[in-house]
Design a protein around this ligand. Structure first.
Ligand code: PEP
Length: 249
């Protein structure tokens, strides 16, 4: 059985001091639950604070929001997978819609980043999702499957089993416009079918999260939808009280 995964993507919010204050409140309101996994993706500069804050709370996993695909070298401003792991990250977001659509990240880069993460022992959380015009044009399936196949292209089933997938329709991210649970579910079923083909028996280990304007009011309904194994939350994870409520869902 897959445990539900509740993941917080802080994006470019909560530097070290804010992260410390956030965790004081959050940990006081979120007791350890063994029936779910909680992951927080802080900005990389806050990872050290987060490692310190979660020293007594191994139930909270830490992630990094981006990595470079090379392990080291002349790539000013970049962070590699082995470095992220050394700093305390255990999971990495790959192909988040802001990376794809603000920074122009291509499928080929997501492929290389997933492979780099797997080499370093970091679990990639591959984000896939269609833009509004693609949904309107009936291209959701094609886009999502293309992104999924690209991200997994260099991984064997054992490494695929370490992955997490986040279905995040681009039109729902940061817009307040959430997918209906049944619409999210339909895409999750599609992804599950593709994973079964790609990873065989190991596919059952891969959680598929939904992300896009999740909040305290809609989290339970989305989490209850068939084939939705967890939630990836941006804006609503920035407030420690709200995030604790969602993590307890
Ligand atoms: C995200 O950043 O992955 C996200 C889903 O953001 P939001 O919850 O703000 O839509």
């Amino acid at each position: 059985m897959r445990k539900p995964v509740l993941a917080a993507n802080w994006k470019m919010n909560h530097g070290p001091s804010d992260a410390r204050a956030f965790m004081r409140t959050f940990l006081a309101r979120y007791a350890r639950h063994t029936d779910r996994s909680v992951i927080v993706f802080p900005p990389a500069v806050s990872l050290g604070e987060m490692v310190a804050a979660t020293k007594e709370r191994p139930d909270i996993l830490l992630g990094i929001q981006n990595i470079h695909w090379e392990d080291k070298g002349a790539f000013t401003g970049e962070i590699s997978a082995p470095m992220a792991r050394d700093a305390g990250a255990r999971v990495v977001l790959v192909g988040h819609s802001e990376r794809r659509h603000v920074f122009g990240e291509k499928d080929d880069e997501t492929r290389r980043k997933c492979a780099a993460a797997a080499r370093a022992g970091l679990r990639p959380m591959l984000c896939v999702g269609e833009r509004l015009e693609e949904r309107r044009a009936g291209e959701t399936e094609r886009v999502v499957l293309r992104q999924l196949h690209a991200g997994l292209a260099d991984l064997d089933p054992a490494h695929m089993a370490q992955m997490l997938i986040a279905y995040e329709p681009v039109w729902a991210i940061g817009t307040g416009q959430t997918a209906e649970p049944r619409d999210a579910s339909a895409v999750h079923v599609l992804i599950r079918g593709a994973l079964d083909q790609l990873a065989g028996d190991r596919a059952v280990e891969i959680p598929i999260l939904y992300g896009g304007s999740v909040n305290t009011g809609n989290a339970a309904a989305l989490l209850a939808a068939p084939d939705v194994d967890g939630l990836l939350v941006g804006g609503a994870s920035l407030d420690p009280e709200g995030w604790a409520t969602i993590a307890r869902t």
